[in-house]
Structure formats: C-alpha cells, structure tokens
Design a protein around this ligand. Structure first.
Ligand SMILES: *Cc1c(COP(=O)(O)O)cnc(C)c1O
Length: 396
C-alpha cells in the first residue's frame, strides 16, 4: 500500500486506503516537496534563527505568529497550541464543557471534532449535514437541543464555511456558544468576515497537509473575548500564569518556536496559495462542464457570500468505488474523506447509533471522492484528472 504524499498523510486520510492498483501515480495527491522547493531558503533561515536562540517554547516567534494570525483573521486574540485537536479540547474546556454535557456537531468530519468533546466526558450529539455543502444542517439543530446542550460545534469542511447565521440564531436563543472547527478553512470567508472570527472561538490546525501546514503538529485558537483568551493562555500552560502557581488543571499544549517560525514564513505566501487553490477549483468546474460531466458527478456548492478555500475539491457520484479504481489505474491519485461517518465508528459505538440515523452523512460517505488540488498543481495534471473521469463515463 502506497500513499503518494508519505506517512504524514495518514491521520487526515481516515481510511488511508489507496485504491488497489499496480500503477504508479502520475503525480502526488498533495505535493509538499514542490511547496518547500519554493520557500526553502526562507524556511531554513527561520529554523536556523530559532536554533541560534535556543528558545523553543513560548518565545518571540510564537508571539509574533499569534499577532499575525489575529490580524489576519480579524480577532482580538490568537493563542497557539500543540494541535488542532488540542485547540478544540482547550476551547471546549475553557467554555466550561465537561462530564455529562452535550455538544452538537456533525458526524461527517474528521474524528478529532467529536473526539475532543468525548475526551472531556461530554457527549457528541450528531446532527446530519446538508447534501450540497456537506456541512452541518442548521435546520436540524433545534431538534437535537436538550437541557444539557452546552455548545454547538460546526465544521467548515473541506474549506467551505458552514452556514453560520442560522446556527447563531439557534445558539443565541439557547445562550450556548458556537465553536468553529476551522481546521481546514484558514482564510475562508463568510459574508465578509473570515472564519474563526464569528463564533465564541475558532480552532485551527497546522497539521502539515492543511492549507497552512507546519513542519510538525500545531494548532491555534482565536477569539474576540479577552477573558476567554486569558483562559486559553492558562490552560495550555499547565494551568499556570505564574511559574509554580497552578490555578487550574491544564495541559502542556504550546505551539513550539520552530513551528511558529516556519508558519510565519508560510503565512506570507498564504494569499497566493489560496488564490491558486481557488483558480484550480474554477478550472475544475469549467473542465467538468466542458467534458459534459454535469449529469454524472455532483460538485460541492459554493454559495453566494461564502469564500471556499478548497482544502479539498470533492465530487460526488454513486459509482465512486469503480471510478476511483479506474482513476488509480490511469495513475490519477484520489482520496476518500470520509469513508465512515463518526456515528458508525467503533470508537463511538458507546453512543449506540445505528446505520440509517444520519442518512445524508452516510450517503456522502459512500459517494464522495476528493481530487488532487494544491497550489503547485499543474494545468496539465488537472486536465488529465478530468479527461480520465470523462473516459470513465464515456463522455471524453
Ligand atoms: C485536521 C483536523 C482537526 C485536528 O487537527 P490536528 O492538528 O490534526 O489535531 C480537527 N478537525 C478537522 C475538521 C480537521 O480536519
């Protein structure tokens, strides 16, 4: 079994299975080496600067990165931490979620979203998705509320913002906070604002394969609430503000200085990278029309007022498995995010859900296929992807 972008891909893939074929991919699903080639000198200088300083935890690079991200997202505070999963955990904990509480979220997401809720002893309460956007369906939230609901946790899946306004309406009526899982969506926009600036807090991941990826794990929380920011600052550092005084039970979850230094370099290129992803998405859409594929595969919507940052470009079709195998045979790499919705994962068996409970999520898991999309991807490779799909359907 071979994953074209190496082992660092595994945690995001979920299933991780590459369609079985003896054919080498023509190009990788994600090409971090191409990205590095363009920024090598800047990255090496930044890493070297940290090595010379010998300051690795909670230093100048981290502080500068937090300021830069806060300005970019449009919030008063940003706090780094060790991973996107920890950002979610710290956010939930800081907002008072604990044992016996319930948090509403989507079952069609990466496992960390719901695992962070469960790790605090709270119960993830799943609400099905909208089939066109693959995001939490705001119309179904009302029916999932209970006296124990403590937060709503929408995910901006694949880089497309969840429809936040109707979610805020329900949340406001119940006086519960909204936590944005923005792990896949840095720089995505909702009605003129950046994601991560609208909820009580936004949680970001800098896992290497994300749109802004570090040289290891990393995460960050954003907020406009300075008390909450202070809470994050204490919780991520052993519950401590002053050395050897521990106000709360926290954890050791900081964004280290090497990560921060590398991420600051990459942040300077993010506008260009995001623009390239969006151009590629436009080109995919045009190619699908050109090749007469509209009746065969469905593309995910980009509603008016939403800015999608295309962490993934995901299509849907009922014959997904056969298409994927055909493409693999042609050397076209694809991935399935996500093959099993969370309510059917063994780790959540204790929630006692059954197949059929969240039909939209289940159907999406059977039909979705993510095509390669990354800033450095060539036009030729993109055409090759769509041409192969057209061959499969006989429209080429
Ligand atoms: C990647 C991801 C996370 C977790 O981030 P890590 O940095 O890998 O811990 C959480 N939620 C979603 C939707 C993600 O894609």
């Amino acid at each position: 079994m071979r994953s074209p972008s190496g082992p660092q891909f595994a945690p995001v893939v979920g299933a991780g299975h590459q369609a079985p074929t003896g054919v080498e991919p023509l190009f990788p699903f994600l090409d971090l080496k191409a990205q590095f080639a363009g920024i090598r000198n800047e990255v090496m200088a930044a890493v070297s600067r940290v090595m010379e300083s010998q300051q690795f935890i909670l230093g100048k690079e981290g502080e500068a990165f937090e300021r830069e991200v806060a300005a970019r997202v449009g919030v008063r505070a940003a706090l780094g931490c060790a991973s996107g999963s920890d950002a979610l955990l710290l956010a939930l904990q800081a907002l008072g979620v604990g044992a016996g509480d319930e948090v509403i979220t989507t079952p069609f997401t990466f496992v960390a979203t719901a695992a962070s809720i469960a790790r605090l002893g709270a119960r993830p309460v799943f609400v099905d998705i909208q089939p066109e956007t693959l995001n939490l369906d705001p119309d179904r939230i009302e029916g999932a509320l209970s006296g124990r609901t403590r937060a709503i946790l929408p995910v901006h899946l694949f880089g497309l913002p969840a429809d936040l306004d109707p979610i805020f309406e329900v949340a406001k009526a119940r006086a519960v906070p909204v936590i944005e899982d923005a792990a896949q969506a840095i720089d995505a926009g909702y009605k003129g604002s950046k994601v991560g600036s609208l909820g009580a807090t936004g949680c970001f991941s800098f896992f290497p394969s994300k749109n802004l990826g570090g040289a290891g794990d990393g995460g960050l929380m954003t907020t406009n609430d300075l008390d909450l920011a202070d809470h994050f600052r204490v919780l991520r550092n052993q519950g401590s503000r002053q050395r050897y005084t521990h106000e709360k039970l926290g954890m050791a979850s900081r964004l280290d200085e090497i990560q921060a230094a590398v991420l600051r370099v990459k942040l300077r290129h993010l506008d260009d990278w995001t623009a390239a992803r969006r151009r590629h998405a436009e080109r995919y859409r045009a190619l699908f029309r050109e090749f007469g594929l509209d009746g065969h595969v469905k593309l995910t919507a980009e509603p008016l007022g939403f800015v999608h940052v295309y962490h993934q470009f995901t299509i849907r079709c009922p014959e997904r498995e056969r298409l994927r195998e055909f493409l693999a045979g042609q050397g076209i790499p694809t991935q399935i995010y996500y093959p099993v919705p969370l309510h059917l994962q063994p780790a959540f068996a204790y929630l006692e859900h059954r197949a059929g409970e969240f039909p939209e999520s289940e159907q999406a898991s059977r039909e979705v296929l993510s095509l390669p999309i990354y800033p450095e991807m060539s036009t030729e490779h993109q055409s090759a992807v769509v041409r192969s799909i057209a061959q499969f359907y006989g429209t080429a």
